[in-house]
Design a protein around this ligand. Sequence first.
Ligand SMILES: Cc1cc2nc3c(=O)[nH]c(=O)nc-3n(C[C@H](O)[C@H](O)[C@H](O)COP(=O)(O)OP(=O)(O)OC[C@H]3O[C@@H](n4cnc5c(N)ncnc54)[C@H](O)[C@@H]3O)c2cc1C
Length: 356
Amino acid sequence: MAGFCLSKKDPTPQNAIAAVDGNICRCTGYKSIERAAIRVANLLEERNDEDPATFAVKQAILPPYFATIRERLHLLSISLNGELTNERPGAQRVGGGTDVYVQKHDEIKDASIQFLFDTAGLKGIEQAGNQCLIGPSTTVTDLMESSVMKTYFPDFKSYTKLVSSTPIRNMATIGGNFINASPIGDFTIFFLALDATLTFSDGNLSREVLLRDLYKGYKTLDKRQEDYLEQIRFDLPDKNTRFNFEKVSKRTHLDIASVNSAIRIAVQDDVITNVRLAAGGIAPIPKQLTKTAEFLTGKLVTEELIREAVAIAQTEIAPISDARGTEAYKRLLLSQLIKAHFIKLFPKLKVEQLIS
Ligand SMILES: Cc1cc2nc3c(=O)[nH]c(=O)nc-3n(C[C@H](O)[C@H](O)[C@H](O)COP(=O)(O)OP(=O)(O)OC[C@H]3O[C@@H](n4cnc5c(N)ncnc54)[C@H](O)[C@@H]3O)c2cc1C
């Protein structure tokens, strides 16, 4: 809520409540929190163009030390981040920390840490010709607010609403999503379908790796310890290219995927000219389904073709039964998600023929 007061977001009750979504309350109950959020939003209405921190302090919404918070955080970030060099060999790199501090808390709480979250040069989203360049410390929220992503992926906001919660999205970086190598990382699957290229650097030399070649086995990467991710880039979809992302989890929101999938498909006169299909939760690594994509390429989009593609996809996966579902369930989910991609992207298809 303090973050909301310091942001320049419209002070509507809806935005104030959205700012704290994903927080679980075990003591006071949600209605009183909602009422407090609405009251804060109402107080902020008078702010107009005044600096958010100054206004919130003047109105006693935030304690007085927030008036100088910007400078204080800046000084702190200089002392923590410094320049991005490898002067601290072996230091644990941390993006937003939403994964590493959960998975390895005891191991790293006293370790030497290199924070990348605010490191200059590792943030930002820009368009360069037909390509999009993304800094690995870009957060999910940055992506949601990016005009490039909004323009080229009109449904981007609805995809990202399926990913964690606002507080996590404000911290979770795209680089962290790739490097934690979770087989169900939502952005890993998203960018696998875009066939993204990654640039790694060891501080001196850079090298490029396709995201699809990064994962060698469960949580094993084609990356040396000293390499940090410097940039992500991908070709923006052209007018013949369609894109879709699907995710199924036990709960629609605030949950990780049982299976997720994304597709980028280029079509000319209903013939598929190029396709990348990615899926998570169906193998030890996030995967591009290359055989299925190869089968689809050069063919006319029909219900029969999709049924055959679904059968081929089943030969490329090796899901395991775990807390997210049984092997059989995950196989079924992948089939359904592939059909869902085509139903969404090719509205002329006869749904009843696909699902029978
Ligand atoms: C409550 C909760 C809900 C979540 N829900 C989802 C969800 O719905 N979908 C999903 O995909 N994930 C989810 N996650 C997992 C996590 O938030 C994401 O994977 C996130 O993108 C990780 O990014 P981060 O910056 O926090 O990574 P960090 O924890 O900072 O780092 C993860 C790994 O990446 C490395 N790393 C980070 N940046 C770089 C870099 N530039 N170069 C080299 N190495 C780097 C770190 O060293 C570490 O090994 C959730 C996590 C929590 C706590």
